[in-house]
Design a protein around this ligand. Structure first.
Ligand code: NI
Length: 154
């Protein structure tokens, strides 16, 4: 993290009131931290949208283990993408339902593709991929995205 900058923002009072109520519900004790989190969330979303970005994340899957071939297909897909899988955790929720959470790591496009395969498997009832970056400070996507430094005017 760099040095601190203080900024002033002009904001509609009603909008600010609603924002304050909203962040209070989420347990924020100070507005600055809420703004910082919003900004980071935007930057993370932007960064993970770049196919070549290195991301970390989780794939959460709910499935019925009685569905035909589902456990084999899940295992096979994970072995085929073993370089993306850091770890897998499984919970037997009840007689039928399983919850599986994978910690994934790799290039955003491959992680997304892998998650699509898992979530799209017949028998997977619900799935979601959450992508983030190890550290916002560690990578500056625009410096990586543009191979030609002369395009920058600064
Ligand atoms: Ni299970």
């Amino acid at each position: 993290m760099g040095e601190l900058s203080r900024i002033g923002i002009a904001l509609d009072s009603e909008l600010l009131k609603r924002f304050d109520l909203s962040i209070e519900k989420s347990g924020y004790t100070n507005r600055s931290e809420a703004f910082r989190d919003l900004i980071r969330d935007r930057l993370v979303r932007e960064q993970t949208a770049a196919p070549d970005a290195t991301v970390v994340g989780t794939v959460t899957l709910i499935y019925n283990h009685h569905a035909y071939g589902i456990t084999e297909k899940l295992t096979e897909a994970q072995h085929e993408h073993h370089d993306l899988v850091v770890s897998t955790s499984h919970a037997h929720l009840d007689h039928d339902s399983c919850l599986e959470v994978l910690i994934v790591h790799g290039k955003a496009a491959r992680v997304q593709h892998f998650a699509d395969i898992l979530i799209g498997l017949k028998g997977v009832e619900h799935g979601r991929l959450v992508m983030t970056v190890p550290s916002l400070d560690a990578e500056h996507p625009h410096e990586h995205a543009h191979e030609h430094p002369h395009q920058h005017s600064h």
